[in-house]
Design a protein around this ligand. Structure first.
Ligand code: ATP
Length: 241
């Protein structure tokens, strides 16, 4: 069995009186494509933010490759291999496409030739970004901006790529393209992926396994096929009666 890349143990995160994650535990092995499902407010975004260090947990433990990162700074986590594509993409619209990509490689800035090679790799993967590399990121279409957000996270050479609702604002054709692309990275490069996605049907079609969160805790866990066949998932997330 592949080693565990991410382990979350009894994670509790509070925003004032609201408990967003309540003793949540899950772990992901190297090379897995995992998905977090759940209603609005179930704690999915907060889980990703806790892993990348953007919120401080009240209690619990987060490990990356067996090392404790619970109290590490966000920059340190990026350097250790946590890649995060946040909800809403957060690219810098006034900067060029290439500047946005270089920011993603900030932790590797001393490795100039490696960073150049990664840029070429991103332009091969996303030719539209190559064509637009000197253009301001604010001029990109929704699909291109999403590609840029993913490419920027990949520039840090993550061990774990976390994506928060990457389908948001994309038309169905672009959603399919984006999932195909992630599936390729996962298949060909063995990338470990943790995805938060409202579009459960497409997410379960690509993922190996997943969890359904409810009020900050794991309500259901299983392989993607098990979840897709579960009457509760079918009813709540796949539109079955
Ligand atoms: P969504 O799909 O709506 O993003 P989610 O499953 O990602 O939902 P979270 O965004 O993690 O859920 O939110 C979990 C809970 O924490 C919700 O009750 C939410 O209102 C609350 N919450 C999230 N962020 C904050 C914040 N910055 N301040 C206060 N409460 C917050």
């Amino acid at each position: 069995m592949n080693p565990t890349v991410l382990r979350i143990e009894a994670l509790t995160v509070r925003y004032g009186a609201v408990t967003a994650c309540a003793e949540l535990s899950l772990s992901i092995r190297q090379g897995e494509f995992a998905v977090l499902l759940g209603a609005n407010g179930a704690g999915k975004t907060t889980t990703l933010r806790a892993v990348s260090g953007l919120v401080r947990p009240a209690s619990g433990r987060i490990e990356l490759d067996g090392g404790d990162i619970t109290r590490a700074t966000p920059a340190r986590r990026t350097a250790r291999g946590v890649g995060h594509v946040p909800e809403g993409r957060r690219i810098l619209p006034e900067h060029t496409v290439e500047e946005n990509l270089l920011l993603g490689a900030f932790a590797r800035r001393r490795d100039r030739s490696g960073v150049r090679a990664s840029l070429r790799e991103m332009y091969d993967l996303f030719p539209r970004l190559g064509e637009r590399r000197t253009q301001r990121a604010g001029t990109l279409s929704g699909g291109e901006a999403q590609a840029l957000a993913v490419a920027r996270a990949l520039m840090s050479r993550p061990r774990l790529l976390m994506l928060d609702e990457p389908s948001l604002g994309l038309d169905p054709r672009r959603v399919a393209e984006m999932f195909e692309y992630l599936a390729r990275l996962h298949r060909e490069q063995g990338l470990t992926v943790l995805l938060v996605e409202q579009q459960a049907r497409v997410a379960l079609a690509y993922a190996d396994r997943g969890w359904v969160l409810d009020r900050g805790t794991v309500a259901l866990a299983g392989t993607a096929a098990e979840l897709a066949a579960d009457p509760r998932v079918r009813h709540a997330y796949l539109g079955a009666p």
